[in-house]
Design a protein around this ligand. Structure first.
Ligand code: PMP
Length: 398
């Protein structure tokens, strides 16, 4: 049965992580993997997560099935976090939210929902985007097209080109995927005026926006990061939002996220939500419980919530501080290239502008592991390795 199968090459990023693991150079640095790390290169469990787990250990009294949407009380938590407490949309009944296994699970359910119910809709993604966007929608049978986004010449955003391509090529009913904040892989975000232009565009051309919010809290703040998403949600009729709790609660392996649908009316939202339920049932039946129970326990306790907000701020401040330091130290190293754009980028990642040749040289000669695209995970930088990193970059860039 399987004789004809040829092994596929795995994700090059996983190969990079493995190569770093096997490297015996004591100075080696891993800037590939997209998880938060502290100054010791460790991905910590948040204090509030530990506290919530202690409470759950004490109070949890059943491991019975949850239901396809997960814990019912979790719906309100998702809406409050992504829209902000008291957002009028919440009381309108026009938004329904379900727990999902991570942001990936949310995107997969959205892809199945779109594929089965919005016939002919194509998905528009930024060039570049998170690699799994394409895989998930491809596997659901949705055609994926891309719009210009990153400009290697300026290390910035090609917004005019983005709009020109979309203006010329979108068809009514297409789905427009936008990163809410902390764009993966570039770190370059849409600004408030871009969100306004895109909102008008979505309305004029009758598109469905799908906003992916995987890094809420890692850019400028929990509310600030979703200001564009919230503006759009307030001004369009229909929208899908896939969000992840992996990064901002540091519960990556617990697989916790949410999928929200906004529709023209409460009955329309309920109908769409019931069909989303069908897609969930046919996929994984029900989401895992633990991550959502942790998030719920934190968010429903004013003390834990306040402490969690501080923990998110500490992760954000560390990354933004590292961006400032990288720019200053690279400039001080005498490197010929201007790297000041790194401090304007947001989130876990930075498109460094390093060429494939430079990335390969950093890997082979300096044991510094950066993805072939030049994407660096800023969280992998620390006070212990930043000097070596900047000196090495200066040597390969010249
Ligand atoms: N969207 C983007 C843009 C991401 O970067 C990621 C995680 N790397 C996800 C979604 C999925 O997150 P999760 O781990 O919660 O599935």
């Amino acid at each position: 049965m399987f004789k004809h199968l040829k092994a596929v090459s795995g994700d090059p990023l996983l190969a990079l992580i493995m190569a770093h693991k096997q490297d015996t150079n004591p100075k080696k640095i891993d800037l590939g993997v997209g998880v938060y790390k502290d100054d010791n290169g460790h991905t910590p469990i948040l204090n509030t997560v530990k506290k919530a787990e202690a409470i759950l250990l004490e109070q949890e009294d059943s491991k019975s099935y949850l239901g396809i949407y997960g814990a019912t009380e979790f719906e309100a938590i998702i809406k409050d976090l992504i829209l902000g407490e008291g957002n009028p949309l919440i009381h309108s009944g026009r938004i329904r939210s379900t727990q999902t296994p991570g942001g990936t699970g949310a995107l997969k359910v959205a892809a199945d929902f779109i594929s089965a119910n919005l016939k002919g809709a194509r998905l528009w993604v930024s060039d570049p985007t998170w690699g799994n966007h394409k895989s998930i929608f491809d596997s659901a049978g949705v055609e994926v097209k891309d719009y210009p986004y990153y400009d290697p010449a300026t290390n910035g955003l090609r917004f005019d080109d983005m709009m020109a391509t979309l203006e010329a090529e979108v068809q009514e009913g297409d789905v427009l995927l936008l990163h809410a904040c902390c764009h993966n892989p570039t770190g370059i975000d849409l600004q408030a005026d871009h969100w306004k232009v895109l909102t008008d565009f979505v309305n004029n051309r009758n598109l469905l926006p799908l906003v992916d919010a995987a890094y809420q809290g890692f850019g400028d703040g929990l509310d600030e990061d979703l200001a564009g998403l919230r503006y759009m949600a307030a001004n369009v009729q229909d929208m899908l939002i896939a969000n992840s709790f992996s990064k901002n609660f540091g519960i990556y392996r617990e697989r916790c996220g949410g999928l929200s649908v906004i529709a023209a009316s409460a009955p329309e939202a309920d109908a769409a939500f019931s069909i989303i339920g069908q897609a969930i049932r046919a996929n994984y039946s029900m989401p895992p419980a633990h991550g959502a129970a942790v998030v719920y326990t934190i968010m429903s306790s004013p003390e834990l919530k306040a402490e969690w907000e501080q923990e998110v701020a500490a992760m954000r401040d560390r990354i933004n501080g590292l961006r400032e330091k990288l720019v200053a130290k690279l400039a001080a190293s005498g490197v010929s290239k201007d790297f000041s754009f790194i401090k304007d980028q947001r989130g876990m990642f930075s498109y460094s502008g390093l060429t494939l040749e430079q990335v390969r040289q950093l890997r082979s000669e300096y044991a510094i592991y950066i993805a072939d695209t030049g994407r660096m995970s800023v969280a992998g930088v620390s006070d212990n390795n930043i000097d070596y990193l900047c000196e090495s970059i200066a040597k390969v860039v010249g």
